[in-house]
Write a protein that binds this ligand. Structure first.
Ligand code: AMP
Length: 215
């Protein structure tokens, strides 16, 4: 399947994407994960992106499009892909459309995961992430703690609170989402690709996607 997962930070895009990969081997492509990997590895891309990310601002479109132009042409995308956290602005959506026309691929659907702001705020404040960039497993101190406090169940690395998951940065990320990313729902509605799913449980969202794609 070739999908875009839209939704505010904390709406559950990553969890839904991971579950969908198990259905048909489509790959999850998270621009946030790619950027955090670059920051940790200390690459030029990471150095350029880090300040924006820590403040909860969007990284410039040109950097993101450079990443996606390469990523979408990798062999593992041939089976399908789940775009998680990209596109995030109208210029990115337009550039993605041009890129997909150029490389001859088309989207099946754009899923907008709609979750109330208070639920999202609470989720993000209590979310913890494995610091190993190859793992980046997600936990929640309230609803999904690791077996041993502070240690990832999957790889044994430390679990940390992301620098952009303080209350101030979260508030700013949600405002940025409303201003820059929420308009993408209208963009994809016009393209005839939008499916909005309202639900705080990934079971509900995954089931709605399977139904819409007749899987
Ligand atoms: P995420 O894990 O998707 O919430 O992304 C974490 C941070 O990475 C965001 O707050 C942005 O600073 C940056 N980022 C991720 N994806 C994008 C994108 N498509 N466009 C611009 N910035 C992005």
């Amino acid at each position: 399947m070739k999908l875009i997962l839209l939704g505010a930070p904390g709406a559950g895009k990553g969890t839904v994407a991971k579950r969908l990969t198990a259905i048909d081997g489509s790959v999850q492509i998270s621009t946030g994960d790619i950027l955090r990997g670059a920051v940790q590895a200390g690459t030029e891309l990471g150095k350029e992106a880090e300040g924006y990310m820590n403040r909860g601002d969007l990284v410039p479109d040109s950097l993101i499009m450079g990443i996606m132009e390469q990523r979408l042409q990798m062999d593992d995308c041939k089976t399908g892909f789940l775009l998680d956290g990209f596109p995030r602005t109208i210029p990115q959506a337009e550039a993605l459309k041009t890129l997909m026309n150029k490389i001859g691929i088309s989207l099946d659907m754009v899923v907008n995961i709609d979750v109330p702001r208070d639920v999202i705020f609470d989720r993000l404040c209590t979310r913890r992430t494995c610091e190993n960039t190859k793992c980046q497993a997600i936990y929640n101190v309230k609803s999904m703690p690791s077996k041993v406090e502070g240690i990832c169940d999957k790889c044994g690395s430390n679990i940390v609170q992301r620098a952009d998951e303080t209350e101030v940065a979260i508030g700013h990320r949600l405002d940025t989402y409303n201003e820059k990313t929420a308009p993408l729902a209208g963009f994809y509605e016009k393209e005839g690709l939008l499916k909005t799913v309202t639900g705080t449980s990934s079971d509900v969202v995954v089931a709605a996607i399977e139904k819409a794609l007749s899987l």
